[in-house]
Design a protein around this ligand. Structure first.
Ligand SMILES: C[S@@+](CC[C@H](N)C(=O)[O-])C[C@H]1O[C@@H](n2cnc3c(N)ncnc32)[C@H](O)[C@@H]1O
Length: 207
């Protein structure tokens, strides 16, 4: 799969501004979601934080009792992650091509991870990522809307290209992959603008 130029340009923005991005998010993490997610996993399980950025959630996941493996395409973001977590498993790779054994994880955490993918890539990328999950919780959040890599001048990252999703689409995506005990919520954006909305899904894959 070729990555869209706008995806690559958004990833380059994280390379360049990873530290400022990390600092801007530090106190605005979905702590309650991390706890709900970890409570649905087996204690000590490996979970995949795909699109982990500069480790905004890796420490929270670890502190909640699971073992997260962080994956991102942005080397700049992973360098920041490495400073916070010197011995942690971090892998630079695109989301659609992870170097792992199928069904080797007990949870999948996707916080804003599809924001810079074209809408058409969400479903195949999600299907591939689910292939690395044995059983366990799946968390997926994104901006609410119908944008398809629309330009956005982010105050921290500069120009990035964002895709968004409706709650109906996110529900259908999760259900079509057999996620159970699904909750889908619409919430204000805790980071930049409370008028902008997020859609947040949490479900469980059982085989
Ligand atoms: C909105 S940020 C979310 C970061 C983190 N999960 C969080 O919640 O703060 C999106 C992240 O996905 C990464 N990313 C975007 N497209 C990617 C791709 N195709 N493969 C791997 N990582 C990608 C970016 O580098 C960035 O770190």
């Amino acid at each position: 799969m070729e990555l869209d130029e706008r995806t690559l340009s958004s990833v380059a923005a994280y390379d360049e501004h990873a530290r400022a991005y990390q600092e801007s998010l530090r106190l605005r993490r979905p702590v309650a979601d991390v706890r709900r997610f970890a409570a649905l996993a087996q204690r000590g399980d490996l979970v995949l934080d795909a699109g982990c950025g500069p480790a905004n959630d890796l420490r929270l996941l670890r502190d909640a009792g699971v073992h997260p493996v962080g994956v991102d395409l942005s080397l700049g973001a992973l360098r920041e992650a490495r400073m916070l977590l010197p011995r942690h498993p971090l892998v630079q790779t695109p989301l659609h091509d992870l170097p792992f054994t199928p069904r080797s994880f007990g949870g999948l955490w996707l916080s804003g991870s599809f924001a810079h993918l074209p809408r058409a890539a969400w479903r195949p990328t999600f299907a591939k990522l689910l292939g690395f999950l044995d059983t366990g919780p799946v968390y997926l959040s994104g901006y609410r809307g119908t944008d398809d890599l629309a330009p956005d001048d982010d105050p921290v990252l500069g120009r990035v290209y964002n895709s968004s999703v409706t709650e109906v689409e996110l529900t259908a995506l999760c259900r079509s992959h057999g996620l159970q005990d699904l909750t889908v919520e619409v919430r204000p954006d805790p980071i930049r603008d409370r008028a902008r909305l997020w859609v947040v899904a949490l479900g469980v894959l059982r085989r």
